[in-house]
Design a protein around this ligand. Structure first.
Ligand code: JB3
Length: 216
């Protein structure tokens, strides 16, 4: 059966990894990329065919699948919901070199990179990213459009709030929760609950300051 066409939204570094995952999977063919930068012409040989305003026309041309490959969580969620509203099905990009439990629940528009591990009864919501060599153990929840950075390790029952960002090498002990929109700095070790909307880092992770409405 021939691969179904898919549009990748975003032409940056994250998109490069996603495009390779999609190609590795073989189920979809990247027929075009959309990017806000009009100077972009191609990414890994895939043509940049316009910006997001091209979505309705591409859907009218019969393309049904899209993937949002934008690393910024808020932007990925906004653009993802826009693509859904334009009638696209948001496919997942899951590496063949990832290990995903059969009892895990995976939403739409999810990226699971090479070496990632998703253990029993975990739940990864729409537009979440589980990056390279990151592991989440049993009963974890990755909220909508959250990001778990490369090499992170979440023990059992860790809850990551929607839009939260966990930097590279984040560790989290069993059962802790990380609040909506919070940013956990690289190498942090989360040993107690982190409230929503804050920057935290260190081992053990300490709340450094609140974030503004844009998550900065
Ligand atoms: O750390 C890792 C492993 N990956 C990072 C990832 C999670 O986030 C990566 O290193 C980057 O920090 C980031 O990846 P991303 O989002 O690809 O970043 P960047 O390389 O800056 O590319 C962002 C692209 O999005 C640029 O080409 C922008 O022009 C484009 N862009 C910005 N806004 C947009 C929009 N494209 C579309 N289609 N729509 C927009 O609204």
């Amino acid at each position: 059966m021939s691969a179904a066409p898919v549009i990748v939204i975003g032409a940056g570094g994250h998109a490069k990894v996603v495009i390779e995952l999609i190609r590795e999977g073989g189920e979809y063919e990247v027929v075009g990329v959309l990017d806000a930068d009009p100077t972009r012409r191609e990414v890994l040989g895939a043509p940049v065919v316009g910006d997001d305003s091209a979505l309705p026309g591409l859907r009218r041309e019969g393309i049904e699948n899209a993937f949002v490959a934008l690393g910024d969580n808020r932007l990925r969620l906004k653009v993802g919901r826009r693509a859904e509203a334009a009638g696209f099905f948001l496919v997942n990009a899951v590496s063949r070199r990832a290990a995903v439990s059969p009892t895990a629940r995976i939403g739409a528009g999810v990226a699971i990179m090479a070496g990632a591990v998703v253990n029993a009864d975990s739940w990864i919501e729409d537009f979440a990213v589980l990056n390279t060599n990151a592991g989440i153990d049993h009963d974890c929840v990755l909220g909508e459009a959250s990001h778990v950075g490369p090499g992170s390790a979440l023990a059992g029952g860790v809850k990551v709030g929607r839009l939260a960002f966990l930097g590279v090498g984040t560790l989290a002990i069993p059962g802790v929760s990380i609040g909506e929109g919070s940013v956990i700095g690289a190498g942090a070790c989360v040993t107690r609950d982190i409230p929503a909307g804050v920057l935290a880092y260190g081992a053990p992770a300490q709340v450094i300051r609140p974030l503004d409405g844009a998550g900065r």
